[in-house]
Ligand binder design. Structure first.
Ligand code: FAD
Length: 419
């Protein structure tokens, strides 16, 4: 069997690409998932700009249970909080499994989708018309297919990248765990349109926690989770303590006699965009290429945009324009300065990784809470976006707190004790 292009991974990046490639090309997209709506390991929060990108080719609004206008930040020891909101929805929570199923079912006719098909490896035979020789397992049976070009849309631990020594691999990860319950969130004025960040401090270093409202089977539900640096993944069971604290503090109310509806864990790449993401026969997109915020762990935007850009560049490449793929990262940057966004995220991650003590987190909280109304703009990737986080806090009146914060980070570097 031969194809023009084989895409490994039928999630945000692979499906976006498959929807946009020219209809005269013969495409195969395969995924190891057993069912189309198998769990996608994502909270599924997307910004307005990302929703617009998807809405341009798919009816995403049908899969958005909650429109979010507000972010609530809870400080160390769960003792303080602030809310930062916008009038218009700022992000949208998606019902990710059914959204992915919908996008899969609406694929154009030139695309052949195979699930329960696991990519194993590939090699190149330059003398052949279809030089990319792919080995896969379909329903457990080994198979070989050939194509002109292969795309790794297979997530943070891309097997396509692993099979090709010319391509970079993600090396730094957060490991996330998320649980979903039926019930209510009780914190703040409008919990159905608020997402919550927990700046844990010493309770759980590495990332923080999140809580977001959703609707499952027409019932109110919420997703909560936390993430750790991969080296600390053994501490992921802290999530249960987190749940107990939220119950005790009456921040959540789990529906009586119900257990968690879902629980999943997955890796999030936090090394920023990878250097070598293409060669003459292959390209990485989405998480596989490291297009994920190292600080806020948002990857859907990068997955969708890289899928769209790849759909423009690969046909040019196949038509003999050997420079086309080399413009990949420049094209990503043209989209709301996405590469610059990832670089800033690396800086925030660098600072966050150095913060060890509650006092440091508390000082940061106090610093940002002072200008809380601007805080939300950080995360809006639309044109409404104004100053960056650094731009917001760098003010003369904040100088004493900034000095205190810098001093505490300095002490954290040397692990000097304090509270
Ligand atoms: C807990 C959690 C919460 C998150 N929340 C958010 C959020 O709220 N907002 C946001 O923007 N981002 C979020 N992210 C990140 C986001 O989910 C990812 O960045 C996004 O899904 C990346 O899309 P992708 O298509 O590149 O890869 P993925 O969604 O990882 O999809 C890869 C696909 O490849 C398939 N695959 C892998 N290996 C093989 C193989 N060998 N053969 C065949 N198929 C294979 C997998 O089955 C999968 O379907 C979250 C991540 C996690 C872990």
């Amino acid at each position: 069997m031969t194809y023009d292009i084989i895409i490994i991974g039928a999630s945000f990046s692979g499906l976006t690409l498959a929807h946009h490639l020219p209809k005269n090309l013969k495409i195969l997209i395969l995924d190891k998932k057993k069912l189309l709506n198998s769990l996608i390991e994502s909270t599924g929060l997307i910004t307005q700009a990302t929703k617009d990108e998807i809405a341009a080719f798919f009816e995403v609004d049908k899969y958005v249970p909650n429109q979010i206008t507000t972010i609530g930040v809870v400080s160390t020891n769960f003792e303080n909080n602030f809310f930062s909101g916008t009038k218009k929805p700022w992000i949208y929570s998606t019902d990710t499994p059914t959204l992915i199923q919908g996008m899969s079912e609406k694929l154009p006719k030139n695309v052949d989708l195979k699930i329960n098909s696991q990519f194993i490896t590939y090699k190149i035979d330059k003398n052949e018309e279809y030089p990319v020789k792919v080995k896969l397992k379909e329903n457990g049976i080994e198979k070989k297919v050939s194509c002109k070009f292969i795309v790794g849309a297979d997530g943070s631990e891309s097997c396509v990248a692993k099979a090709n020594k010319n391509l970079s691999k993600n090396k730094k990860f957060l490991v996330a765990i998320e649980k979903v319950f039926y019930g209510d969130i009780l914190l703040g004025d409008n919990p159905d349109s608020t997402v919550y960040h927990f700046w844990f401090g010493e309770f759980s270093l590495g990332y923080g926690g999140w809580l977001s409202p959703t609707i499952i089977n027409n019932k109110k539900a919420f997703r909560l989770g936390l993430a750790k640096l991969k080296k600390d993944r053994k501490e992921l069971n802290k999530v249960n303590e987190f749940i107990e604290i939220l119950k005790e503090k009456k921040i959540i109310n789990i529906e009586k006699n119900t257990k968690e509806i879902l629980c999943f864990g997955h890796q999030i790449p936090i090394n920023g965009p990878l250097k070598k993401v293409q060669d003459d026969y292959s390209l990485l997109i989405g998480d596989a290429a490291g297009f994920c915020g190292a600080f806020s762990a948002d990857g859907i935007k990068g997955a969708v945009i890289s899928g769209k850009i790849a759909a423009k560049l690969i046909p040019k490449h196949l038509n003999g324009d050997k420079k086309a793929l080399k413009t990949y990262l420049q094209e990503m940057e043209k989209h709301n300065k996405l590469i610059t966004y990832y670089k800033k995220q690396l800086f925030y991650r660098f600072i966050w990784n150095r913060m060890k003590k509650n006092r440091t987190y508390k000082t940061m909280f106090n610093l940002i809470a002072k200008d809380k109304e601007h805080f939300i703009n950080q995360f809006c990737d639309s044109k409404d976006r104004q100053k960056s986080l650094i731009g917001i806090v760098l003010k003369i009146r904040n100088l004493p707190l900034l000095i205190k914060y810098a001093w505490y980070i300095f002490l954290d570097l040397f692990k000097i004790k304090g509270h």
